[in-house]
Design a protein around this ligand. Structure first.
Ligand code: ATP
Length: 313
């Protein structure tokens, strides 16, 4: 009997603290990356097929690569190779997470495809095996699997639990066009070099999240979280895309508790006091004309999850 399609829903992330340490010999930076999963989701549906095939739908689907560079394809290939099977699957990505927006959309699809293929093929991978494959696929992929909130060490792939109480309310301002994550890191290095602060990982202590940030998450205190939000990539993202400064200002003037660039950008994230405040920040952002679209959501939310009946319909 042909197995039924499997659909996995997977969230975007915002980095509530992204501390960038020194440059490692492998070209990555040591990070202390505090992730929060938020309620913008992609869905990946795995259906039996005679060969690996990727399709995508949604308003920004034209920006999604449909070849083997797609992280969903790479996830299917990695799982199939480990289990000595052919990757006979059609993966359809229903895309709602901004592409190249600093919200880990590609990583999310990688984690979702892995879970979907594991269920479709009955490979029965353990959680530890899934996490190991995720870490090979990319720095943010393990967090997309796990969701909730976590501290990522190393290049962000070594996760430690972070305690969170309650729900935080967010507005995301989606920009026109993406930013390349490697380019933003290069700009960060360049800015540090120019200010005399370029360091290798060997020169610097391991980056750490601040106790104030962890305490704000633990107690569910949005005002305290607003004071602790920090992103070491923000200056680099704004340097590459100066108009982001206008977006950040528009959200703050519109009543956000705090504003920051999400990961490597160009999506900007705004923390709001409650759902009503989030709606008015969203209106202010829209009427400012400083972004392409605005999304209101909250987090933390769970990581990659199979739809209970296998399909969202
Ligand atoms: P991160 O926050 O993890 O740095 P991002 O959110 O900025 O990533 P993605 O949406 O993951 O960026 O896309 C970055 C690039 O990855 C895209 O320009 C695209 O070429 C490639 N990519 C590979 N797989 C996917 C996918 N499934 N969806 C979107 N982009 C993908």
């Amino acid at each position: 009997m042909t197995p039924a399609p499997v659909t996995v829903r997977v969230p975007a992330k915002v980095n509530v603290q992204l501390v960038v340490g020194g440059l490692r010999p492998d070209g990555f930076h040591d990070l202390a990356n505090v992730f929060l999963a938020v309620g913008l989701h992609d869905e990946v549906t795995a259906t039996p097929a005679d060969r690996l095939r990727i399709t995508a739908s949604g308003p920004d689907a034209h920006q999604v690569p449909l070849d083997e560079t797609n992280l969903a394809a790479r996830a299917a290939l990695a799982l199939a190779a480990r289990h000595g099977i052919e990757p006979r699957v059609h993966l359809h990505i229903s895309k709602d997470i901004p592409v190249a927006g600093g919200m880990a959309g590609g990583s999310a699809d990688g984690a979702a495809a892995l879970v979907a293929c594991d269920a479709l093929w009955g490979t029965g991978a353990t959680r530890a095996e899934l996490l190991a494959i995720c870490a090979e696929l990319g720095s943010d992929v393990p967090f997309s699997l796990v969701g909730g909130a976590a501290l990522g060490r190393g290049r962000g792939e070594r996760l430690e639990p972070v305690e969170v109480t309650g729900t935080f309310h967010w507005v995301f301002a989606v920009a026109d066009g993406g930013l390349s994550t490697p380019e933003v890191y290069r700009e960060c290095d360049r800015l540090r070099e120019a200010s005399g602060g370029g360091h290798t990982a060997a020169d610097l202590p391991e980056p750490q999240p601040t106790p104030a940030l962890l305490e704000a998450l633990r107690t569910g205190d949005a005002a305290a979280l607003a004071c602790a939000l920090a992103n070491d990539l923000q200056a680099a993202a704004v340097s590459l895309r100066p108009s982001l400064a206008d977006t950040l200002r528009a959200g703050t003037e519109g009543g956000a508790l705090a504003a920051l660039v999400s990961g490597s950008g160009p999506t900007c994230a705004f923390l709001a006091k409650d759902p009503e405040a989030a709606e008015s920040v969203a209106e202010a952002l829209l009427s400012s004309g400083t972004c392409r679209k605005v999304r209101v959501t909250s987090g933390p939310v769970p990581g990659a999850t199979v739809f209970p009946d296998g399909s969202p319909d």
